[in-house]
Design a protein around this ligand. Sequence first.
Ligand code: GLC
Ligand code: CA
Length: 564
Amino acid sequence: MKKKWWHSKTAYQIYPKSFRDSNGDGIGDLRGIIEKLDYLKELGVGIVWISPVYQSPFVDQGYDISDYYAIDPAFGTMEDMDELLREAKKREIAIVMDLVVNHCSDQHEWFQQAVKDPFGPYGAYFYIREGRDGRPPCNWRSYFGGSVWEKLPGYDNLFYLHMFAKEQPDLNWENPLVRQEIYKMIRWWLEKGIAGFRLDAIINIKKDLRFLDFPADREDGLCAGTAMLAYAEGVTEFLQEMKREAFAPYDAFTIGELFDFRPQELERYIGEGGCFSSIFDFTPHLLGASENGWYDRKNVSMDEFRDAVSVSKALSQEIGMMANILENHDEPRGASRYLPKEGQNERGKKLLAGISLMTFGLPFLYQGQEIGMTNKQFRSIEEVNDISTLDEYQTALDHGLTKAEALQAVAEMSRDNARTPMQWNRRIHGGFTTGTPWLTVNENYREINVEEQEGRKDSVLSFYKALIALRTDPDYGETVVYGKQEPVLEELQNFTGFYRKGKEKTLLILANVCGEKRCVETGDVVKRIVLNNCEAVPCREAVEASDRSSRIWMEGYQFLVLEV
Ligand code: GLC
Ligand code: CA
């Protein structure tokens, strides 16, 4: 694998609305991010991805952009953005923005013009099609529920396509003018000095243009819009053109949000000469999903997590470097989702962090993960803001669940779990704002917050710092970044084990994912304990007492990185 500047970095996602509010209006902003750059530097972060800060009506929290060249006033001004770029640069932090170009907002000038004149030049910026006697052209369901087709205001039988909310019309990538507009905008931002982009919902830019009905997959008679992706050929041609015309001249770092791609095509995406620098590895996050909706989702065990990651790494690590996440702004908190209940404490959270950050790939932390923030307790659906949760709640009700059952079923998956304000300290609203936060803070902010953990050597935060530092450690960095990953002790239950085999060193990663003490044996001679999440070091005693033999006693939820 050709070495790249970003391989040894740790990336961090900021959800700006909930990160830090600098002016007391209850909404996080760019100046809030500037305030916290030193914190990120101290944590060891080298790349920051900021979810959309462009002008937006916020139907989907900024993922509906009405002007790609403007900062939304809720977040600040373009001067603030420029200052953020300067300040980040001083601290050697690369800034990555969100590129949302599968769709824009229905308030965008292009769409407004298209509504005025659907047969004119801007009509061709979107997918506008005739319906079937006033009914949608085909039966695809949008990601947020209901048909992907919406009637064009003022017309009885003209519809426009939206894979997401109806306020997010899909841009017609088949139109070269649209593509050129997008590339121009990308170059404009790169010219400003950002390092690259995270590419939102990017596989959706290529459609199956036949717009045919598929067999219904739910009682609503619709079929998931994503079904068309199996027949949409040629997305990589668009992506290669975008790379050539917009990214390559700036050597931009690009990371794709890609679901539903064909595994055999991975090389085209992240191989040498591939479309992107990297893509997120969502393998564990897709486990347990059901066609029926969130209410029908299965819980995922850590062993299933382990096996899924292991398959994914075997497939990808010779090809390129994918990015590992435990959570993001679309997923619940990893600690609440993957750890068994009894392990949802500091030791367990460190174990989860260790597994994730020692796995081959570029680590992407999501704000608050580094202090072990957890899911929120939702008492009523009124507390939910997220458009996707509201849709899933309705789906559960339609299926016959009671209100209480529906709430319980969707609460655990709600995107708002990750969107509650960042917990900085134990003061009101967790120190996020002096005003009223747009989304209420998680009640546990007095126990779980940055200030408390900064002062403590054995905190989750300190453990993250140690893990992050390992990527650039003179002794172990090469192994942690490039070492080949191979599973070990796969037959054990409630256990995760793997090697990272580097040029000169081999690390053995062991995680005892249960409350009981146990003894494991790999046949390796332990040279050094590199990381350990337990106060006591039973392992070292065991290792020494048994003359550095391979038998290792592990406490419940103990996590170890050993040099062997
Ligand atoms: C991506 C974003 C998500 C958004 C969707 C539509 O999946 O991560 O937050 O709702 O795209 O833009
Ligand atoms: Ca603010």
